[in-house]
Design a protein around this ligand. Structure first.
Ligand SMILES: Nc1ncnc2c1ncn2[C@@H]1O[C@H](COP(=O)(O)OP(=O)(O)OP(=O)(O)O)[C@@H](O)[C@H]1O
Ligand SMILES: [Mg+2]
Length: 454
């Protein structure tokens, strides 16, 4: 059953019930009052009649004979006097009706008959002369007035019912429309939500709980939409990342399988050695990539959290330099530094990793002859790693810190680069609340500046 129909029928039911019950009670009360008044009237007339007949027959020698002789004139006189139908009968029990029999036994009885279209109040009582019952008088009083009042009240009740029902039908319809319209809007909105359309519900200005519900729906819709946007964003990032990882891992793996297969089939030792070298190089590249990926995912997992503690930054940088110095020498690159004594609250291991990655880049890509490191304090702590190589094209600088981004793809792959180093550096510095800037002024090489606010 529809809600609107429920509201309307409930209102109708309440109105019918209230009107019927109160109408019936009112009609009965008024009718009882009318009957009581009529009874009182007939009773007073019966007393008068009784008294009159007693007085009239008292003087007679043979009262019952006198009664029988004057029955008609007495009836007529009493009828005019009392306004009731009057029937006087003798003491013959055989021809008496039930009421008259009771009267002959000395009782005064009455009853309301409802046989004819109008009810009647009947009363019978004995005529007692000198202690003996010589006959009965029956009074008949028409209850026409009480009946017509009852009928009128019943008709009024029916008219009132029809009127109240019509008014209530119209009002209930209008009221339920106002109440149900916003609910219908809410239902439609939930259907739209299930299809993925999170449009706002407008125009619900009922000023009650339904308006609050509409606001809650709008809030919910906005939150779900935000959440879906965030998840979609996250999903896209993950997909891009996984796509790149899969692609990057597939290449060295294919090479390893290919060279392993070839080395089993060639006879010349020289050739086989060359393939082994390829396999080792590709395996190292794969291992390097997996290590970098692990670092990235670990940083993601812990929301790039770093464990900061009081650290001798100068010492951290020197350690990184010493680790790289031999390799740099093989490429004909010297490493120079100018470091202030600075202690700061940082994650020393992670900062070392950043410095190593940046020196590694200078060794691999700069084609220069010198890497210079500087550490100084000046409204924060700064580390600068600068080379005098070929630099990075301006268009690439903004994307260089994205995972897997490389400038010269074939060259960096040859050198074992996967484009992850700088993105890892960026994550680490971000987690420190610092900044990593890469600059490459024309003909000056590459300058990487790390600013920390420990
Ligand atoms: N000092 C530099 N001089 C010239 N080009 C550089 C320099 N540093 C980085 N690049 C360019 O930026 C790219 C991205 O560097 P990044 O460190 O992120 O990756 P990668 O070194 O190629 O790989 P990985 O660090 O994962 O081994 C490099 O491929 C290289 O093309
Ligand atoms: Mg690198």
């Amino acid at each position: 059953m529809k809600l609107r129909l429920k509201v309307i029928s409930m209102n109708m039911f309440i109105i019918v019930a209230i009107l019927l019950v109160s109408g019936i009670i009112i009609i009965r009360t008024i009718d009882n009052f009318n009957l009581y008044t009529s009874y009182q009237y007939v009773l007073s007339q019966s007393k008068f009649t009784e008294q009159y007949l007693t007085e009239y027959l008292k003087i007679s020698e043979k009262p019952h004979v006198s009664l029988e002789l004057n029955i008609n004139s007495l009836e007529e006189k009493l009828r005019l006097q009392s306004g009731c139908g009057v029937e006087i009968s003798g003491s013959d029990k055989a021809s008496a009706n039930e009421m008259q029999k009771n009267a002959l036994e000395g009782k005064k009885v009455y009853l309301i008959s409802s046989e004819s279209p109008n009810r009647k109040l009947l009363m019978a009582f004995p005529i007692i002369v000198k202690g003996s019952v010589i006959g009965t008088v029956s009074l008949e009083y028409s209850l026409y007035q009480a009946d017509s009042m009852k009928r009128n009240l019943q008709i009024t009740l029916v008219i009132l019912l029809v009127f109240a029902l019509s008014v209530s039908l119209v009002l209930s319809y209008l009221f339920s429309y106002r109440m149900i319209k916003p609910l219908e809007k809410l239902t439609l909105t939930t259907k739209e939500y299930s299809k993925g359309n999170f449009n706002e519900i407008g125009g619900v200005k009922t000023g009650d709980e339904i308006e609050k519900l509409a606001h809650s729906f709008n809030d919910m819709g906005r939150n779900i939409k935000d959440m879906i946007d965030r998840l979609t964003d996250e999903q896209q990032k993950q997909k891009k990342f996984i796509d790149s990882v899969t692609h990057e891992i597939r290449t060295p793996l294919t090479n390893i399988i290919g060279y392993a297969d070839l080395s089993g089939r060639v006879n010349e030792e020289e050739q086989r050695k060359k393939y082994y070298t390829y396999i080792i190089d590709e395996s190292k590249r794969l291992l390097n990539m997996v290590n970098n990926l692990l670092d990235l995912s670990q940083l993601n997992q812990y929301e790039f959290s770093v464990t900061k503690k009081e650290t001798d930054l100068k010492n951290v940088i020197i350690k990184a330099v010493e680790l790289m110095r031999d390799r740099a020498g093989k490429f004909g690159i010297g490493i120079d530094y100018q470091l202030e004594d600075i202690r700061a609250r940082v994650d020393g291991e992670k900062i070392k990793q950043v410095v190593i990655n940046i020196i590694d880049n200078a060794i691999k890509y700069s084609e220069g002859s010198l890497v210079k490191l500087k550490l100084w304090r000046e409204q924060g702590v700064f580390i600068e790693i600068r080379d005098n190589g070929i630099g990075i094209p301006k268009d690439d600088i903004k994307s260089i810190t994205e995972p897997f981004y490389r400038v010269d793809k074939s060259r960096s792959r040859k050198l074992g680069g996967n484009g992850l180093g700088l993105s890892i550096c960026m994550e680490i510095i971000d987690a420190h609340g610092g900044k990593l800037d890469i600059d490459s002024p024309e003909g000056e090489g590459t300058i990487v500046t790390i600013s920390l606010q420990p």
